[in-house]
Each structure stands twice: as structure tokens, then as C-alpha cells.
Design a protein. Structure first.
Length: 269
């Protein structure tokens, strides 16, 4: 038993080291004066951080990415949560097709998705091309597997079919059942999906660069611009991006923290 525990501890420790070392190396490089002649930096400085933070484009692109991430999370939750509910409980035949659609983003390169959207909406009389709206729409498709699987797994874990039948037997309609019975019990799944969507959108570069580019510059585009002339400033931006997304995730988890018991919201007449 002790040997098994030690091996598990070793594997977990190895995984943590493997994942943390690149981040620590990036952070150390972003505060180094020079790091190319020895295993450790020759000096420490915050000059690079000060330079990137002082630029107005830093705040603008950060707010653009934050707004896009929040808009995508809200739109994805509002669209996919009811869809998963209907597909899993009311229209089982549609579940197979949604599962199939949830696989497509993994096999569809961002470049192909961007080109398809540009070609399609160029011939549609809608003011969506070259605007953040097309980015939100593309990101909903891109992050469909994360949100749908999280919500669907939560529905299966709480035995949603039994709750749905109980609510209907008491006279609750479809929407009242969803909002007052099902939704309060799948909040962890919605939150987990939202965190995956937020982190994916906040760090996404390909779609943002192809669909809007400099017309609506996001934080990843701003970061990539620095890789062309100063890797240390780009490293500082990469660390800032990680820390910012991490803090937002912690805030979301804190605000939505709840127990694991089933809950039913009061249904007022």
C-alpha cells in the first residue's frame, strides 16, 4: 500500500512539475535582464512589465478580450443549457446529432472555420463581418464541446429525468421546470463549462486575427505582436494573461460556490 501511494505521489508530482516549469520559466524570463549565457538569469528587472503595462493598447486589448469572453460565456450558456435539456429529456432523437456536432470543432481548424464564416456572411445582409459579433458566434461554435459536455454530464449525474417528471406531475411547465428545478441542480456543470469557455476564448488567437484583426484587437493579438521584436515583453504579457484568466476563474468559482445536494428553487405563482 505504501509503495502504491508513493508511486501515485511520484506520478502526480511529476505531472505538476511538467506543467508548472514552463510557466515559471516564462515568468522568470519576463523579469530577466539577460538569460542566454548561463542556467540562471544574470539579473532581475521589472522594466519589461512596466513597458507593456504602460501602453494604452494593453488596457484596450485586455478589456476587448474580457468583453468577448464574458459575451461568449453568457451567449453559450443561454443557448446550450436549454438545448442540452431538451435533447436529453424531451427530444432524445436530437441528442445523437448534437453529440456529432460537438465533435466537429475538434476536427475543424480555426483557419477553415474563419474562412467559411467570412465567405458565408459576406453574402448575407447582416452587419456582422469585421465586428466582434462574428467573433462571439465563432467562439460559441468553437467551445460547443466544452459547454455541452459539462451541462450534459451534470444532467446525467442528477437524474434529471426523475426531477423533470416530478415537476411536471406537480403542474410545472417546461420553462418553469428548467429554470426552477433543473437549472439550480446543474449549476456546477454550467460553471465548469463557463470556465472552459472563458479560458479558451480569452487566449484564442487564430479566429480573432482572421475575423477582425486590427479592427478589434484582442489581447492574444497584442501579445503576438511583441514576439516579433521583444520576447521578454511577450513573456510578461503571457504571464499577465495567465494570471488574469486564473483570477477571473477563481472569482467565478467563489461567487458560484455551493454544496453538492439537490436544490429546487421556489416556484412562485
Amino acid at each position: 500500500m505504501k509503495q502504491g501511494v508513493s508511486w501515485r505521489t511520484l506520478v502526480i508530482a511529476g505531472f505538476l512539475v511538467f506543467m508548472i516549469v514552463p510557466l515559471l520559466a516564462t515568468a522568470l524570463f519576463s523579469i530577466s535582464t539577460r538569460w542566454d549565457r548561463s542556467i540562471w538569469p544574470e539579473g532581475i528587472t521589472l522594466v519589461w512589465w512596466g513597458k507593456v503595462v504602460a501602453r494604452p493598447a494593453f488596457r484596450d486589448t485586455l478589456m476587448n478580450s474580457l468583453a468577448l469572453s464574458i459575451a461568449t460565456v453568457v451567449a453559450s450558456s443561454a443557448l446550450i443549457t436549454p438545448t442540452a435539456y431538451w435533447a436529453n429529456l424531451r427530444v432524445p432523437a436530437a441528442k445523437v446529432w448534437i453529440e456529432l456536432l460537438a465533435i466537429v470543432p475538434f476536427a475543424l481548424p480555426g483557419v477553415i472555420l474563419a474562412m467559411g464564416l467570412i465567405r458565408f456572411y459576406s453574402n448575407v445582409p447582416l452587419p456582422i463581418i469585421n465586428t466582434p459579433n462574428i467573433l462571439v458566434a465563432a467562439y460559441i461554435v468553437l467551445t460547443l464541446p466544452f459547454m455541452y459536455r459539462s451541462v450534459a454530464n451534470s444532467l446525467e449525474a442528477i437524474e434529471a429525468q426523475s426531477l423533470d417528471e416530478a415537476a411536471r406531475s406537480l403542474g410545472a411547465g417546461r420553462w418553469r421546470t428548467l429554470f426552477f428545478v433543473i437549472l439550480p441542480n446543474i449549476v456546477p456543470g454550467v460553471v465548469n463549462g463557463s470556465l472552459l469557455v472563458f479560458s479558451t476564448v480569452f487566449a484564442e488567437f487564430t479566429l480573432a486575427n482572421l475575423l477582425t484583426g486590427t479592427r478589434f484587437k484582442t489581447f492574444p493579438i497584442y501579445l503576438v505582436d511583441f514576439t516579433r521584436f521583444d520576447a521578454r515583453q511577450a513573456s510578461a504579457l503571457a504571464v499577465i494573461s495567465f494570471v488574469f484568466a486564473w483570477l477571473i476563474s477563481l472569482i467565478i468559482l467563489k461567487l458560484t460556490a455551493s454544496g453538492g445536494t439537490l436544490r429546487v428553487a421556489p416556484m412562485t405563482r
